[in-house]
Design a binder for this molecule. Structure first.
Ligand code: ZN
Length: 90
């Protein structure tokens, strides 16, 4: 079950670390919506269809709150969609 306290903490962490992670995000080829995030050696795969991440945090406490990588990808997608919409309007 989601824990609002943990979720709040992770949202804050993800917002703080968004700028650090954003340049490392890459959409992976193939079926489904998967992104790699992080630097090589510390790289994780976020699966948006399944809402999973390969990091240990998500493994252990993914049922309490999505991990920061997953949240960073949500933010990334939100901005990407907004930017595309604005580009289309202009
Ligand atoms: Zn993660």
């Amino acid at each position: 079950m989601l824990d609002p306290v943990v979720l709040k903490k992770r949202l804050a962490t993800a917002s703080e670390e968004y700028l650090k992670y954003a340049p490392t995000i890459a959409r992976m080829p193939g079926v489904g919506e998967k992104y790699s995030i992080g630097e090589s050696g510390n790289e994780y795969i976020v699966d948006l269809d399944r809402q999973t991440c390969t990091c240990s945090d998500n493994d252990h406490r993914g049922d309490i709150s999505p991990c920061k990588h997953l949240i960073v990808i949500w933010i990334y997608k939100y901005f990407k969609i907004r930017l595309e919409e604005e580009t289309e309007c202009n």
